[in-house]
Design a protein around this ligand. Structure first.
Ligand SMILES: NC(=O)c1ccc[n+]([C@@H]2O[C@H](COP(=O)([O-])OP(=O)(O)OC[C@H]3O[C@@H](n4cnc5c(N)ncnc54)[C@H](OP(=O)(O)O)[C@@H]3O)[C@@H](O)[C@H]2O)c1
Length: 381
């Protein structure tokens, strides 16, 4: 009770009083170093980078990426130097749940606002962390957690909150889109995956991307904001793109379609139908036009119809733009619209166009046998 009283008395510091908001970066990797560069280049008034935290920090301090960092910044590998400092906003760009969640909780409880690009953290722990931020009267923003530099979260949170969004459909994993859109021109999966790894688009272990886990975390974040539905990410069915072969694109083309990893969620009564899978996409759909690492999300609203968000879904600088935009919003005390969110059960059952490709022995009667099995399973051809 005592703790709650002191918590609500905390007030997120803003630049509106003409003071400076002090910022710490947790993580000086691809996005963290880009955020430092954007801040140094743009010199936003009232925002000052004061601390950078990373393990083995000397390695980071002496890197080429550190050249844009002001000499006054304190570099540290001790998280308490941040948590016990007078920093106002912690920008978390390390990724993962552990140890990040514990540190973010401590930062919020210490009265520091938090900006993060961490989709796993927000998909699995976002609701609890948002309550903690509200309890301590500070901000928690995560605009970069879905679609990198595309302002899909802020667009839905602010621009579409007046609609009743009933369906989300989109491409939210740039790695899969790069792989599938290159396979469209005849390249095989293994070659394109190796290229994606060399270009830094895919991890050495690509499972999180190609098996759909990264996309389903993002789909759950978007569902919470746009559909106002809290989903358990582990309940959302995923299907890997690794089984797609170059030949599938030829058959898809005969159906006037291509193939993309699609993340889809739709409200049906009390249920949400949600799934991440390689799906047939009509060539006339805007989703078929997105190539390379581009992301695209279509939100379908009851009153406003379809709204499309599209752009660079990944990369240090595009993602840094979303992070810095959140940072400026926090620094200026901007309030985000909050509407009630309900926990919903998830089903992966969708009525969607499919095609089946059979590899069979060339024997008499084989086609008739396949028809018979298909009609028994009520599949039309
Ligand atoms: N890259 C993108 O395009 C993109 C787009 C949207 C969102 N994001 C999100 O942004 C976040 C950062 O991504 P990134 O691509 O910048 O990753 P990254 O290049 O791997 O950078 C992460 C940094 O955090 C440090 N770090 C990680 N765990 C740590 C720990 N336990 N203690 C201390 N330091 C730690 C790493 O140090 P080491 O160098 O020692 O590993 C590294 O410097 C992630 O949540 C990611 O999902 C990234």
């Amino acid at each position: 009770m005592k703790q709650k009283k002191s918590a609500v008395q905390t007030k997120a510091k803003t630049t509106t009083a003409g003071s400076t908001v002090k910022v710490a970066l947790l993580g000086f990797g691809t996005v963290g170093s880009s955020v430092a560069r954007v801040l140094a280049t743009s010199k936003f008034p009232g925002v000052q980078l004061t601390h950078i935290f990373n393990r083995s920090v000397e390695r980071k301090r002496s890197s080429a990426a550190a050249k844009s960092v002001p000499a006054s910044v304190v570099w540290t590998e001790n998280i308490d130097d941040i948590l016990k400092s007078d920093v106002d906003v912690v920008v978390e760009l390390m990724g993962g749940l552990n140890p990040v969640e514990g540190w973010i909780r401590k930062a919020l409880a210490a009265g520091k606002s938090v900006v993060t690009a961490n989709k796993q953290l927000i998909a699995y722990r976002g609701t609890g962390l948002a309550k903690l931020a509200a309890q301590y009267n500070v901000h928690l923003l995560h605009g970069a957690a879905v679609a990198g530099g595309v302002p899909v979260i802020t667009g839905m949170q602010q621009g579409l909150c007046g609609d009743q969004v009933t369906r989300l459909s989109g491409i939210v994993n740039g790695t899969c889109n790069y792989i599938l859109s290159r396979m469209e021109t005849g390249a095989d999966y293994a070659t394109v995956l190796a290229d994606a790894q060399q270009l830094g688009y895919a991890e050495a272990n690509p499972s999180a991307d190609v098996d759909g886990y990264d996309a389903r975390a993002k789909l759950c974040i978007l569902s919470r904001i746009a559909l106002r539905a809290e989903l358990d990410p582990d309940a959302v069915s995923t299907q890997s793109i690794a089984a797609v072969e170059a030949i599938d694109f030829s058959y898809a083309k005969e159906l006037n379609c291509t193939i993309r990893q699609i993340s889809r969620a739709q409200v049906e009564g009390t249920l949400v139908h949600a799934r991440v899978a390689p799906m047939l996409v009509p060539l006339s759909s805007p989703l078929a036009w997105s190539h390379g690492t581009q992301n695209m999300v279509v939100a379908s609203g009851r009153f406003g119809g379809d709204v499309v968000f599209s752009g660079h879904g990944a990369g240090g600088e595009p993602t840094a733009v979303a992070v810095v935009s959140d940072l400026l919003a926090v620094a200026q005390g901007c309030k985000t619209v909050q509407l009630p969110v309900r926990r919903r059960s998830v089903t992966g059952e969708f009525l969607a166009p499919h095609y089946l490709r059979f590899v069979v022995d060339d024997k008499p009667g084989i086609v008739a046998a396949m028809y018979s099995v298909c009609s028994r399973l009520i599949v039309s051809s």
